[in-house]
Ligand binder design. Structure first.
Ligand code: AMP
Length: 600
């Protein structure tokens, strides 16, 4: 078994300060006592919530031990909890899931019936999340010392929020964090100095926010030691933004006057203190940006960058080559693994290359159980006789598991939907490679589209083809991230029965839009508010293409009887085969509808 029991890398250049030493010691304590910490966490959650309607319903009777919990409480999905969540959203403040007052809902990028899932949270969870953030710099300092000598250029954004019928705010977890007093009133910490002013981070207009953050990053370019965003897609969007807007940014820098499109008064006021004419910098930027060559643009503009701080595991792995290109191969550090439901843990070796990243779940963040995951032998979970799942401390290296979490905010045995593989242990805490999120077919940014959503979108679009006596024989899809923003490509093989009246280009473009309208709210928000997903494309392929696809699969060992056309393709030869058969390509003519309000 690969047990890694020390947090010290081969060379430690600077001794961490006392605060850092304490943080590292805390990690050691938690990971050396994984099982007992887990028992304590479960005990705390169950005694806190003993009188909730949910735990009483299953007759827990105030018990706080694992055996009673596991034998009485079912393993659930979001859909199972929907009635309780809806009651809370409607304003029922009795202790339904949690004894503490639900302070707000965190909106997940995972959706249910097209809407973001609503995760109830409580005030104290903010501190728990903060406690995980507090561990990141002490760990990073072991590998990259001196980060207190400069700044971080981080592209951070708030997103739109809404209110539930009962008056609770519903917003993404990071929006909740950036708007909190904890973030806004944070004490000065030399390790956490950002080039972006809070006014820019907190501006909900994504253009103004991005423009100001980029402008400040350019102005302070020599001080920048790390460049980051939450996910790789966000950092690439920032680079694309620079490609499109560098002339105006250069103008602002050379004249010292702020682009009139920035109308947010708090940003304008703040920028009067930051923006001064700097013709030399402006000339430098013109030289770097005006050519076609954007290779290594990040270290060229920010020459002291030591690493990129972005998540490139899971669905984001598709962006590694492009990030390599723009960064000239700078290390890509994936620092933490978290969700709206619960912040799980961190990467104790943040400078390892993306394909080898493992996250260590911190046993104090929640109570974790694991469903063994074997695609060839799926487990059926019965609500009537709750299963005994595997404990955090009992996992086996090399095996895959689905994560189940019990949180202080009242989720009990909740299936997060992530599949993880155990790669080793740090002390007695397992370390995980993130394998994938279940049921996600297509993803470009934070959007996640599953097979049934794609099927519904295709069905809706096919209605437009009826008057042309045309049907969709087969279809598949591809997340095209070769340009930024990436977009969904849907390959259609059509049967046009009346060749004198085929669907026109216009009709096929409308089909693209109808498909986008059918997508979930996160997809449409990415399209409309964030511009992080480009217009959907339909590529019509020659008749017989899907038969060729089948022949190809069979030649590689698939069984004829069991063959089904894949609803999403990623394997390069297959994508190339499809692209070689394209007759015509069509794009959505406009963006779909999206508003922050939830559809009822
Ligand atoms: P959300 O509920 O929108 O906050 O999304 C949380 C989900 O994002 C997790 O359940 C994972 O599927 C994914 N995720 C979060 N952190 C990582 C990571 N470090 N690597 C890969 N996927 C991640």
């Amino acid at each position: 078994m690969a047990v890694d029991s020390s947090l010290s890398p081969a060379v430690v250049s600077t001794p961490p300060n006392e605060k850092f030493a304490k943080a590292l010691e805390f990690i050691e304590q938690m990971t050396k006592n994984t099982d007992s910490v887990q028992a304590r966490v479960l005990g705390e959650i169950l005694s806190q919530n003993a009188e909730t309607e949910y735990l009483r319903r299953f007759g827990l009777g105030g018990a706080t031990d694992r055996d009673s919990f596991k034998s009485k409480i079912p393993v659930v999905t979001y859909e199972d909890l929907q009635p309780e969540i809806q009651r809370i959203a409607n304003g029922d403040f009795s202790p339904i899931l949690c004894a503490h007052h639900i302070s707000e809902f965190l909106t997940s990028s995972g959706t249910s019936a097209g809407e973001r899932k609503l995760m109830p949270t409580i005030k104290e969870e903010m501190s728990r999340r903060q406690s995980l953030y507090n561990l990141l710099n002490p760990v990073m300092n072991l590998y990259v010392p001196g980060l207190d000598k400069g700044k971080g250029l981080y592209f951070l954004f708030v997103k739109a929020e809404s209110k539930t019928p009962g008056g609770l705010v519903a917003r993404p977890v990071l929006t909740s964090y950036y708007k909190s007093d904890q973030f806004k009133g944070r004490p000065y910490d030399p390790y956490n100095v950002y080039t972006s002013p809070d006014e820019a981070i907190l501006c909900c207009d994504s253009f103004q926010s991005m423009y100001t953050q980029m402008l400040c990053g350019l102005l302070m370019r020599e001080e920048v030691l790390r460049v980051g965003a939450v996910f790789a897609s966000g950092l690439l969007r920032a680079i694309r933004f620079l490609q499109l807007n560098w002339r105006q940014l250069v103008h602002d820098i050379s004249t010292g006057s702020l682009n009139p499109r920035i109308t947010d008064s708090s940003i304008r006021e703040r920028m009067t203190k930051i923006l001064k004419p700097d013709p030399d910098l402006a000339d430098f930027l013109v030289r770097e940006c005006e050519g076609e060559n954007w290779d290594s643009i990040i270290p060229r503009i920010w020459p002291n960058t030591k690493y990129l701080d972005v998540i490139v595991t899971g669905a984001m792995a598709q962006y590694i080559p492009l990030l390599d290109f723009y960064s000239g191969g700078l290390p890509q550090a994936c620092t933490m693994y978290a969700s709206s439901e619960c912040y799980f843990g961190l990467n104790l070796k943040p400078m390892t290359k993306p394909s080898e990243v493992s996250y260590t779940i911190m046993p104090n963040m929640g109570y974790f159980e694991f469903i063994p995951h074997d695609p060839n032998n799926p487990i059926t979970l019965s609500r009537d006789s709750p299963p005994r799942l595997v404990e955090l401390a009992d996992l086996e290296v090399g095996k895959e598991y689905e994560l189940v979490v019990t949180t202080y905010a009242g989720l009990c045995r909740y299936r997060v939907g992530d599949i993880l593989r155990v790669t080793g242990f740090h002390n007695s805490a397992p370390q995980f490679k993130f394998i994938r999120r279940k049921n996600v077919l297509l993803s470009i940014d934070s959007d996640k589209t599953d097979e049934s959503e794609l099927q519904k979108a295709v069905e809706n679009a096919s209605v437009l083809l009826r008057q042309y006596d045309t049907t969709i024989v087969e279809y598949t899809s591809y997340a095209d991230s070769s340009s930024i923003p990436g977009h969904y490509v849907i390959y259609w093989e059509l049967l046009i029965k009346d060749s004198s009246n085929p669907p026109s280009d216009d009709v096929l473009a409308q089909c693209c839009l109808v498909m986008e309208e059918a997508m979930n709210t996160v997809y449409r928000q990415c399209r409309v508010a964030d511009n992080s997903v480009g217009p959907l494309e339909i590529r019509v392929v020659k008749n017989g293409t899907f038969e060729e696809l089948m022949d190809y699969a069979i030649s590689r060992g698939a069984s004829i009887n069991q063959y089904k056309a894949p609803r999403c393709v990623t394997f390069t030869p297959i994508v190339e085969l499809l692209n070689a058969r394209v007759l015509s390509a069509h794009f959505s003519p406009t963006a779909p509808q999206w508003t922050p309000e939830r559809r009822v």
